[in-house]
Design a protein around this ligand. Structure first.
Ligand SMILES: Nc1ncnc2c1ncn2[C@@H]1O[C@H](COP(=O)(O)OP(=O)(O)OP(=O)(O)O)[C@@H](O)[C@H]1O
Ligand SMILES: [Mg+2]
Length: 400
């Protein structure tokens, strides 16, 4: 038996340890610049965008740490903060699907109430949450929106006074999973109008720091056309081959294993397409199937097998079923048959023997069901790259 070790891979949660947060020097630098701007009275609202599982929450977590005085990441990346350390008042909120602008404002305020007691002892922030009830049920009503912004900004003025008194840099409102909102939630209007109003009220050290999936963020724009101009977009790309290998090797080293996989970078990129979530999963399972402390090609293969037949089996089976029957399975099969993960539409057309126009609505449906996404015009790939491995082992559902 090999000695027991702590699994260094965390496929199930954002990276909170700055030492294990890889790459991302450019986006981190941009986010730190925003902190500096907000601190200096030049409010910059940001939105981190990227594919599912690309590392948005991890980046937000790191920015949150830095904003509250943890200098480990900026020191390691040698990024100039412009200040010895940041000291913001912060709240963090994860959006959920049924949330309206009204609910969001309320959730943020009640979190301030809690966190303020931590920062300033003996301070009680008066939030008359019940008062919001009087705004009425009709959340689409513009008078209600004006009232909501009055109430919200009015309270932010109070919170800001206390933050000033406590010598804080300002106030940051972290909002993750912004893609979950519905187009009729009025949240885009809320952001736009709140940001403008705050500046007019002299609240220039207050900013939103958000994250959400690239395509879904368009929902915000659909609701309020110019809202994305209010935010600075910080896109997060997938990792390069060498970065994927680096994440794996660093973990193997931390677990005291030797790595001898031939062309690890190529093979790992091929099954993960540069997404950190499957990369962590692969690393974790390679360590788990290995018996002798040396990671070889057969451990790589065994890990993939274990992921698709055991660890992620149910999730991948659900995903395949969610794709739909008949023609949908034919399309899915065609995607698997292509040698690359990112598949041109005309290959799919040729393989299923139809004109592109005959199945363009099917492709749209597959995107809606989050089975595939469109990395660029005319190209499709599975949202979960392990689905390809799963189908290679288990096949698709019946084709008729
Ligand atoms: N910079 C990074 N270095 C190493 N691992 C990372 C990095 N960013 C993310 N990860 C890993 O990738 C996985 C997904 O990260 P995270 O939850 O931050 O992604 P996300 O984009 O917020 O996902 P979702 O779209 O599901 O909300 C986690 O296992 C995390 O540990
Ligand atoms: Mg996330």
């Amino acid at each position: 038996m090999k000695p027991r070790f702590v699994d260094p891979f965390t496929p199930n949660r954002p990276v909170d340890d700055p030492e294990r947060f890889f790459g991302r020097a450019e986006p981190v630098n941009e986010m730190i610049d925003s902190l500096y701007q907000v601190m200096s009275g030049n409010p910059k609202h940001t939105i981190v965008t990227g594919d599912r599982g690309v590392g948005k929450s991890s980046l937000l977590t790191q920015v949150h740490l830095t904003a509250t005085g943890d200098n480990r990441l900026t020191a390691r990346l040698k990024i100039d903060r412009g200040t010895p350390k940041f000291d913001f008042v912060t709240v963090w909120h994860d959006v959920y699907a049924t949330q309206s602008a009204f609910d969001l404002a309320n959730a943020i305020l009640s979190k301030f109430e809690n966190s303020f007691q931590k920062f300033i002892s003996g301070f009680k922030l008066e939030i008359d949450i019940a008062g919001f009830g009087k705004l009425g049920r009709d959340k689409q009503n513009p008078i209600n929106m004006t009232q909501l912004i009055d109430e919200f900004v009015g309270r932010m003025v109070k919170i800001n006074q206390e933050a000033r008194r406590a010598d804080k840099n300002g106030i940051l409102i972290f909002i993750d999973e912004l893609d979950r909102i519905r187009a009729d939630s009025m949240i885009a209007s809320f952001f736009k109008l709140t940001c403008e109003r705050m500046v007019r009220e002299g609240l220039k050290n207050v900013a939103f720091v958000c994250a959400g999936i690239t395509g879904a963020i368009q929902k915000l724009e659909d609701e309020h056309a110019s809202v994305l101009r209010t935010f600075r977009d910080v896109p997060l790309p997938r990792f390069e081959k060498n970065e994927v290998a680096e994440i794996l090797r660093d973990g193997f080293l931390a677990a005291n294993h030797i790595e001898e996989v031939t062309t690890l970078a190529e093979r790992a990129w091929d099954v993960t397409v540069g997404l950190p979530e499957p990369t962590h999963l692969l690393g974790s399972e390679m360590l788990s199937v290995d018996t002798d402390g040396i990671l070889k090609d057969e451990d790589f293969d065994a890990a993939i097998r274990k992921i698709v037949t055991d660890v992620r089996k149910n999730k991948l089976a659900d995903l395949l079923a969610r794709a739909g029957g008949g023609k949908y399975q034919k399309i899915v099969k065609a995607i698997v048959e292509h040698e690359k993960k990112i598949v041109p539409l005309d290959y799919i057309a040729k393989t299923i023997g139809q004109e592109q126009s005959q199945f363009s609505t099917n492709m749209a449906t597959l995107m809606e069901r989050e089975i595939v996404f469109k990395p660029s015009t005319g190209y499709y790939a599975f949202t979960d790259p392990m689905l390809k491995e799963y189908i290679r082992v288990n096949g698709v559902l019946s084709l008729d």
